[in-house]
Design a binder for this molecule. Structure first.
Ligand SMILES: [Zn+2]
Ligand SMILES: [Zn+2]
Length: 680
């Protein structure tokens, strides 16, 4: 007997009755079978030992796929739990999910017992022993508490685990473990002597778990409830290869050194206060960088025919009902209340005294821009119309996690909207992709990955519109020839989108830019243009931001450059240090000359030893330090120490100025232009 299953390219593959996922992998190719981790059968993840049925749609997930890595890490959590039970008698298991970058397991420890990082080597050693046993992860099921599988599970950590009891009570409430023939199956996974309640799937055996590392320990509460039992959360990570694990550990070390919150303090760039949660206070040096980001962007926008507008921060409720934000985005918005003191009793304050005048702070700029657009009638000849604004929006961050500039509630966006005809979408997208690459390149971010997300199940707009837009986006991306990732069905309900993921100096990726085609909002706000046929049409709106949030981009480049900002972005570009007080006048002269040349220069004339002042300038990562003494005064030179190029010796001021390029936005933009004939 044989059967047929369907693989992702739509073709059918013949297999013997009762064949497993791994048989299919082997039939496709031995190479695939070697890298196969799990299968996806009719959109459910299953083990390689899962038995297929005729007509199943099957995809083989390999070690190259994110789901493969997730499976590896999930399996590693089992292994760690087993090792902890072996090393810490009396420990009890609760839950152990996969998280970004790894996994954890929450453990309940007996009174007086602790797990600290010092215990990691022996837990890891135990794990390696288990790896060597090469035990298969084996799925087993129970419908009954008397089932040996269930009894094994129950006894594995002492037979009296109240957390397990709670979990089991939850299962029983759904009819499981009742012993009745129709009771839902509960699945467990056995590996060697260990067993855990689990949905699976897993890697085939423990030998896949060689490259595991425990990372840290923290406290947690059962059910994340501070009134419940305290637990110990042990974090770990796992990779398929030793190289990937090493690279990850290296990245973590580097990331610690580059943490923008620490650099923000060290370089005196910004701070946060509980009085304005998740809203940065930029200090003078931080404000210089922030403003340079804006200046650079404005210069690039105006070269591409954008028109800048200024729109209000706060709008009436009516606007947010019309835009759909009230319905879909309410929890993320800040609302205003009008208050008034009671005339008779000044202690008493009335809320919302002006009914019908609820206001909300904008979480997005689009509705404001539609108001500017519709203020006058447009003809097709006005399109594409590119409207930009360096605008502040506010979005509530419901999570209490503090991540510095990476998650702020006060967001400055380099926002813009292109109003265009459907036929113009393609050209606009082409312009934007080039534009964004040029911006990132200016910050030495050259590794940019694009993702295209297409029509989701629930969407607005006609089939024709979607097909046209997706075809245009696909064509532009194909032409580009850089490759891109397709996320089918992941687009916004109002249109397809392209996201830009940039890789920083230590290999982390950040989503920054986004381009979203929108068929819905122009209609909601009644936008029109007069076509060449004289009739009124609805334009398409393209939402786009390149930095995304200036605050977040600030954080990203701070970490990317490790605080050593390139000359054109450095808040202090040059610092002059006289070797003694008697050379202060000359230091001032040099400072004045550099300031006149447009540099951000300063002379450090305070008391203190030269060595100390040099160290201080080094700590502040100032690109150029000029030391002046008797020799320099006589020869009218400066002794130049470059942060990036070391000692440059004595230079005259004009010679120094020649070296300091690009030192401002205009020069940085000029440096990005390929000179004519350079490619000849
Ligand atoms: Zn599991
Ligand atoms: Zn928008």
């Amino acid at each position: 007997m044989s059967m047929q299953v369907i693989v992702p390219d739509g073709s059918k593959i013949e297999l013997p009755e009762g064949a497993q996922v791994k048989d299919l992998a082997l039939k496709i190719s031995p190479g695939l079978a070697k890298h196969a981790i799990i299968g996806r059968v009719n959109d459910h993840e299953v083990d390689l030992t899962y038995r297929l049925s005729g007509g199943d749609r099957v995809e083989i997930v390999t070690d190259q796929h994110p789901l493969g890595l997730e499976t590896l890490r999930h399996s590693a959590a089992h292994l760690m739990a087993e090792a902890i039970l072996a090393e810490f008698p009396g420990a009890q298991l609760t839950i152990g999910p996969v998280v970004e970058d790894g996994f954890y397991y929450d453990i309940h420890l007996p009174e007086g017992v602790k797990i600290t990082e010092e215990d990691f080597p022996r837990i890891e050693k135990k794990m390696q022993e288990l790896v060597k046993k090469d035990s298969a992860f084996e799925r087993c099921v129970a419908r009954d508490e008397d089932d040996p599988v269930y009894r094994h599970y129950w006894s594995i950590d002492g037979g009296d685990n109240k957390f397990k009891r709670e979990i089991v009570e939850g299962l029983k409430a759904n009819g499981a473990l009742s012993g009745k023939p129709d009771a839902p199956e509960v699945s467990f996974y056995r590996s060697g002597d260990f067993i855990d309640l689990c949905r699976g799937p897993h890697v085939p055996s423990t030998k896949w778990l060689k490259n595991v590392r425990l990372m840290r320990v923290s406290g947690a509460y059962w059910r994340a409830d501070a009134s419940r039992e305290p637990l110990t959360r042990v974090y770990g990570t796992a990779f398929f290869s030793k190289e990937d694990l090493q690279a990850h550990l290296h990245r973590i070390e580097e990331a610690k050194k580059r943490d923008h919150r620490l650099l923000g303090e060290q370089l005196d760039l910004f701070h946060f206060s509980d009085d304005a949660p998740a809203m940065p206070f930029f200090h003078p040096k931080g404000a210089i960088i922030f403003n340079l980001l804006a200046e650079f962007m404005r210069a690039q926008l105006s070269r591409r025919d954008y028109q800048e507008v200024r729109t209000p921060l706060i709008y009436s409720d009516r606007m947010w009902h019309q835009s759909g934000h009230y319905e879909n985005y309410l929890e993320n918005m800040f609302f205003t209340k009008f208050k008034e003191r009671d005339a008779a009793n000044p202690e008493l304050v009335h809320d919302n005294v002006e009914t019908g005048r609820q206001m909300a702070v904008k979480p997005m700029n689009c509705p404001g821009h539609t108001q500017v657009y519709r203020h006058r009638l447009h003809s097709y000849q006005d399109l594409p119309l590119r409207m930009c604004e360096m605008a502040v929006v506010h979005r509530r961050e419901l999570s209490g996690v503090r991540m510095g500039l990476f998650r702020v509630q006060h967001i400055t966006q380099d926002d813009a909207h292109h109003f265009c005809t459907p036929d113009q979408i393609e050209a606009e997208i082409r312009l934007l992709i080039d534009f964004f690459h040029e911006i990132y390149a200016a910050f030495e971010l050259h590794d940019v990955a694009l993702e295209l997300s297409t029509r989701p199940a629930k969407s607005v707009g006609s089939d024709e519109m979607w097909e046209k837009a997706e075809a245009a986006l696909t064509r532009v991306l194909d032409e580009l020839g850089r490759g891109y990732k397709l996320n089918p069905g992941d687009g916004a309900f109002y249109g397809p989108k392209i996201d830009f993921h940039i890789r920083d100096a230590i290999g982390r990726t950040w989503q920054c830019g986004t381009i979203q085609v929108d068929f819905s909002m122009p209609e909601r706000f009644g936008l029109e243009y007069v076509g060449s046929d004289g009739a009124r049409h609805t334009p398409v709106m393209i939402h786009r931001a390149c930095y995304g949030s200036l605050e977040r981009f600030f954080g990203i480049i701070t970490e990317h450059f490790a605080g050593a900002f390139p000359l054109w972005l450095a808040p202090v570009q040059v610092r002059i240090l006289p070797v003694a007080d008697s050379f202060a006048d000359y230091a001032r002269d040099v400072d004045r000359e550099l300031l006149a040349a447009g540099l951000r220069s300063e002379a450090n004339l305070r008391d203190g030893r030269l060595g100390y002042k040099i160290r201080e300038a080094t700590m502040q990562k100032i690109p150029y330090v000029l030391v002046v003494g008797e020799k320099e005064v006589e020869s009218r030179t400066v002794n130049v120490r470059s942060r990036d190029h070391g000692d440059l010796g004595a230079l005259s001021i004009p010679d120094l100025l020649d070296r300091l390029e690009p030192r401002n936005v205009a020069e940085r933009i000029a440096s990005l232009q390929v000179p004519a004939g350079a490619n000849a």
